[in-house]
Design a protein around this ligand. Structure first.
Ligand code: KG4
Ligand code: ZN
Length: 348
């Protein structure tokens, strides 16, 4: 398929999302337009438990997926609202993934349109491709810093679909470090946006949190030690004043960003690339965007930083449809009968 409408479905964790993209691969720079896009977040439901409860997530996806699809597809001719379907097959929560997959299978069977099972992580890579300016500047080889709630990976991208993981976290993901630190500070879930908001008013040098593995020769990272250090620091606080909270948040954020930026620049120095992608939920972080951008400008002449729109950094179906397009244009589709949830799927 070179031209047409792609329906995207995402239910891997706590966001139910559907989208329709209009795609034209006949142009030199592919034309991609988000025609319709909705994200229904379950954050309020899971916030009361302090994190995502898989069974609750899956049960909530069922009515949401039906409601969002019925609202999005044409009333008169729903099965002709799209030319192909892209659905997240993994990684993620098995039962949550299955909700989206079964909806997609039903639509593929009844419409007889092609279906693509998409790797959620490739979806995050494609989130940057949804920005028109990025598509014009996109050049391989590229390096992606993929930072989300479940993953922290440095991915060498030789082409669409050709990936090599050259560094990753050995324990917690960067998003998890934000979430767990926020929990210790009583800030609620998800922690990233909350920590970064408080950090705006704080001093990042107030507390010298560890940057584990920063001097390790590998491109791997580690964040679990930070959580322990935050716990010890919080235990020392007699009275949590707003200033103390702001300084703690700024120092936590500083430690996470320092490690991410350092390892990304090191990776691009060892493996010369033409573009650097900053993607995944944590890429919504303003300070990380600023710091990585200025480090790239300083250390890697001529390398462009490509990032998604802030609203498309966290989980959404537009990025899943976009990644689906990368497979569709190569003629790679899946047999709808054979797609199943792959909770542990990785990129290479
Ligand atoms: O990509 P995503 O929506 O879901 C996964 O695939 O995991 O990422 C969610 C993660 C959460 O850990 C959340 O705390 C983090 O992204 N996050 C942020 C920000 N917004 C979301 N972390 C730091 N700063 C932010 N502004
Ligand atoms: Zn994600």
């Amino acid at each position: 398929m070179k031209k047409g409408r792609v329906l995207g479905i995402e239910t891997s964790c706590d966001e139910t999302s559907v989208a329709i993209l209009d795609v034209d691969f006949t142009k030199k720079t592919p034309g991609v337009r988000i025609v319709k896009h909705v994200v229904s977040s379950q954050i309020d439901i899971h916030a009361q438990y302090g994190g995502v409860v898989p069974e609750v997530a899956a049960r909530t996806h069922v009515p949401e997926t039906v409601a969002l699809l019925t609202g999005m597809l044409s009333k008169k001719d729903p099965l002709n609202s799209f030319d192909a379907i892209a659905v997240t097959k993994g990684p993620g929560l098995a039962t949550a993934l299955r909700v989206g997959i079964q909806a997609a299978q039903t639509l593929a069977w009844t419409s007889e349109k092609p279906l693509i099972g998409v790797n959620h992580l490739e979806g995050h890579l494609a989130s940057a491709w949804l920005v028109p300016e990025n598509r014009r500047q996109w050049q391989f080889p590229a390096l992606a810093l993929l930072v989300s709630g479940g993953h922290t990976e440095l991915v060498l991208m030789k082409d669409f679909g050709k990936y090599e993981i050259i560094g990753s976290t050995r324990d917690d993901a960067a998003g998890e470090a934000f979430d767990k630190s926020a929990k210790l500070l009583g800030l609620g879930y998800p922690g990233g946006p909350k920590i970064s908001k408080h950090a705006e008013k704080g001093n990042g040098a107030a507390i010298d949190f560890p940057r584990p593995m920063i001097h390790d020769p590998s491109l791997d990272m580690s964040f679990s030690g930070l959580k322990t250090a935050v716990r010890l620091e919080v235990a020392k606080v007699n009275k949590m004043t707003p200033k103390k909270r702001h300084d703690l948040c700024a120092s936590i954020q500083r430690a996470i960003i320092d490690l991410l930026v350092y390892k990304t620049i090191k990776a691009a120095t060892l493996h010369p690339v033409k573009s650097i992608l900053l993607v995944g939920g944590v890429s919504a972080n303003k300070q990380l965007r600023l710091d990585l951008d200025s480090a790239i400008k300083q250390e890697l002449k001529g390398v462009k930083m490509l990032k998604p729109a802030v609203g498309l950094a966290t989980d959404n179906a537009a990025m899943i449809a976009a990644a689906g397009c990368w497979s569709l244009v190569k003629g790679k589709t899946s047999d709808w009968r054979k797609i199943d949830a792959e909770p542990e799927l990785d990129l290479s």
